[in-house]
Design a protein around this ligand. Structure first.
Ligand SMILES: [Zn+2]
Ligand SMILES: [Zn+2]
Ligand SMILES: [Zn+2]
Length: 121
């Protein structure tokens, strides 16, 4: 069970070790190798439990939905930090801005596409 993305809608099959993971961080914790990137990702919808594949090079907005049950699986990731942030209700701390930055970053994290840490050059 993924503790990084609390609302993960899909599991993704890591192309390197053929294991199903909810997010790239789960992979990093369990495996000692780097997640391999692939152009064709294998997903499994958590709602209907059916697997499907997506060509990430031709990824469009309509591809954010499960082809079997239409579940919108690319959603803003709900992380443990974000959940805590909601409780801390101090108006002096405008965490909204910070959080929005984070959300943008997190949106694709559960889809592994976020693993773009390869430096240029
Ligand atoms: Zn792997
Ligand atoms: Zn995780
Ligand atoms: Zn589905």
């Amino acid at each position: 069970m993924c503790k990084h993305i609390l609302n993960a809608q899909v599991a993704i099959r890591a192309p390197c070790c053929k294991q199903w993971y909810d997010c790239a961080e789960c992979h990093a914790e369990k495996e000692d190798h780097r997640l391999r990137k692939t152009n064709e990702m294998a997903f499994m919808c958590k709602k209907c439990k059916k697997a499907f594949r997506k060509d990430m090079t031709a990824y469009e907005e309509s591809d954010e939905y499960c082809p079997h049950c239409d579940n919108h699986y690319v959603i803003e990731a709900k992380t443990p930090q974000a959940a805590i942030g909601v409780e801390g209700d101090d108006p002096r701390i405008n965490s909204k801005l910070l959080k929005d930055e984070r959300v943008k970053e997190d949106k694709f994290r559960s889809l592994f596409a976020q693993d773009t840490t390869d430096r240029l050059g």
